[in-house]
Design a protein around this ligand. Structure first.
Ligand code: GLN
Length: 304
């Protein structure tokens, strides 16, 4: 398959069409990003890399980080994590509070903000220096020391994060947060504020695509059974109340973030990351969705 040709053709077509949607402005720092950025990077399990547009520009990965925190927590704690967070699609927006009351503080899945906070709480309890230790784990996954937190984005989100603060306190009231909400939220805002390029994200997600993946230190991240489960949660919950739509249109497990990034994984074949900051009304990248739909249609490859 000549991925390069397909990527370049689709990029030109989609870049020439209207760029619908709106940049996330509820985090003031994210509003400063140039809406015209558009990048794609595909990394195959055979280590062939193809990039188009702004594929090497770093951006705020936001909720894409939730796959990394989940995977690292899953590696550390195993199946015990499912006692505190479920694996059902919520059908609600990412920052929803509604189901928590009837579900007694057990979030529906680890990719909603509520579920990600419970996972963050586990990591805060586990690590000696949560922010430093988590970043070190991500750097090891990516074989790169260039991965950083944007302190400006983390601070900006904290300054307006009333809803996330409500979520964390609410879950704490049910006893499903062990640490002080301030500490969990600080960690959560930081992992959302990690900056990576499409190139780096495709690399960092390779452990979910390549069954033989090992980190720069030679360690395996998740075994095949755990890899299957994380990919399954991405398939069913990666796009909040647009998860069904993404499955229907793209047919791959994936995860979006309000910074405009989307990573999709084709187990055994490749990781692909698209970045375009304008979001549709569900908070997913307009061009990202469009590009990935066209890509799996054009290549006639999907897991289904
Ligand atoms: N940090 C963002 C928030 O909590 C992440 C949301 C997202 O990317 N969907 O609102």
């Amino acid at each position: 398959m000549d991925y390069k040709q397909v990527l370049e053709n689709l990029y030109d077509i989609i870049a020439s069409e209207e760029n619908d949607g709106a940049i996330a402005t509820y985090i003031p720092e994210l509003a400063k990003v140039d809406a015209n950025n558009f990048g794609v990077c595909l990394l195959s399990t055979k280590n062939k890399e193809y990039g188009v547009g702004n594929w090497q520009t770093k951006f705020s990965i936001q909720s894409i980080s939730k796959v990394l925190s989940l995977s690292i927590a899953y590696q550390i704690f195993g199946d015990k994590i499912w006692e505190r967070v479920d694996v059902e699609p919520s059908g609600t927006p990412f920052n929803s509070l509604v189901q928590l009351e009837s579900d007694a503080g057990i979030p529906r899945n680890p990719f909603m903000n509520s579920g990600a906070m419970v996972i963050c709480d586990m990591l805060v309890s586990y690590y000696e220096n949560p922010k430093e230790d988590f970043l070190a784990a991500i750097r090891e996954l990516c074989s790169s020391s260039e991965i950083i937190y944007s302190e400006a984005v983390a601070k900006s989100e904290a300054s307006v994060g009333y809803r996330n603060k409500a979520l964390c306190n609410f879950i704490k009231s049910f006893g499903n947060i062990e640490n002080e909400p301030e500490e969990v939220l600080d960690f959560y805002f930081h992992i959302c504020a990690i900056e990576m390029s499409c190139q780096e994200l495709s690399k960092v997600f390779m452990f979910l695509a390549n069954p033989n993946f090992t980190t720069s230190k030679g360690t395996k991240v998740l075994n095949l059974s755990k890899t299957k489960r994380v990919n399954a949660i991405m398939q069913t919950c990666g796009f909040y109340d647009e998860s069904g739509e993404f499955s229907f249109r793209v047919g791959l497990p994936g995860k979006s973030g309000v910074g405009g990034g989307i990573v999709a994984v084709y187990p055994g074949k490749y990781c692909i990351t698209v970045w375009s900051p304008k979001l549709n009304e569900k908070g997913n990248s307009y061009r990202g969705m469009k590009f990935l739909e066209a890509f799996t249609t054009e290549t006639e490859q999907s897991i289904f």
